[in-house]
Design a binder for this molecule. Structure first.
Ligand SMILES: O=C([O-])CC(=O)C(=O)O
Ligand SMILES: [Mg+2]
Length: 285
């Protein structure tokens, strides 16, 4: 597996001057579709992992092994650099080390580790953050656990919508100081907020959950944003397609009359059928 090659491509994107949208992927076939369509990177979110593996909402009930297992299946299916949302690193700084070991082995190109207090503690009604000191310890643990220096570690914070813009900046600067490769901000709402963050920090920026005038790629690129998430619609689209198909079959529609089913040609493409046909000929006589 050429993990290093794809990690170098991921790093080159962070080091460039453009902002791109990743393809939101959740399994081997979705990752191949994103690659075939020309997405430069794939994104495997924690929420999507919970949906895919457990059929559960994004409440951190998923385990690290389940997450890393699905990330590996995605990675082995193709050649797309994969960014993953490793949530809070599945525990404290020691768990963060383990998270980096498992995800590096699973072939990911980049991962974010966030400073949200997860899973949600008893009795809390709104999201909370861990202290900056604990966040820095987690970032250092992550960097120390990495064996391939090309694996990217992004420090992620939702502080801008939980505490304040100033706190988000303080956290970004502390994680920069700790040595991370990129800063991932969630909850930025306005250009003024992004301008302030960009001004006060140095590293490439990743943005999650943006809308409105924060969706202009040229503007984002000029503010050092290199990756902007667009949500995770492909999984929801797959749910709808499966729902509609099962519903139509249950209501008596003949299989040949179903709408919205992948053609045999598309199925062959996404399963890399031609490779298997060649291997079958070459190795099974
Ligand atoms: O990736 C995002 O847009 C937000 C997030 O953390 C998730 O979905 O798990
Ligand atoms: Mg998440």
């Amino acid at each position: 597996m050429h993990w290093t090659d794809r990690r170098k491509r991921f790093r080159a994107l962070l080091a460039g001057d453009r902002c791109i949208h990743p393809g939101s992927v959740f399994d081997p076939i979705s990752a191949r579709i994103a690659e075939d369509l020309g997405f430069e990177i794939g994104m495997f979110a924690g929420s999507v992992a919970s949906l895919t593996v457990l059929g559960a909402p994004d409440l951190i009930v998923l385990t690290l092994s389940e997450f890393a297992g699905q990330a590996y299946r995605i990675n082995r299916a193709g050649n797309l650099p994969l960014m993953v949302d490793a949530d809070h690193g599945y525990g404290n700084a020691l768990n963060v080390r383990r998270t980096v070991e498992e995800l590096e082995t699973a072939g990911v190109s980049g991962m974010s580790l966030e400073d949200t207090d997860l899973p949600t503690p008893h009795g809390t009604t709104a999201p909370r953050l861990i202290s900056i000191a604990e966040g820095v310890g987690k970032m250092k643990a992550a960097l120390g656990a990495r064996q391939d220096p090309d694996l990217c570690i992004a420090g992620r914070t939702s502080a801008v919508s939980i505490t304040s813009l100033d706190d988000a900046i303080a956290r970004g600067r502390a994680y920069e100081e700790a040595g991370v490769d990129a800063l991932f901000f969630v909850g930025v709402r306005t250009r003024a907020e992004l301008d302030a963050i960009s001004e006060a920090t140095k590293l490439p920026i990743i943005l999650g959950g943006v809308s409105g005038d924060l969706t202009d790629l040229a503007y984002l690129g000029a503010r050092r944003v290199r990756i902007a998430l667009q949500g995770h619609q492909p999984f929801a689209a797959a749910v709808k397609a499966t729902y509609e198909t099962l519903k139509a079959l249950r209501e008596g529609t003949q299989p040949s009359k179903l709408q919205g089913v992948a053609s045999p040609e598309l199925m062959k493409k996404v399963t890399r059928d031609a490779d298997y046909a060649r291997w079958t000929k070459d190795f099974l006589g």
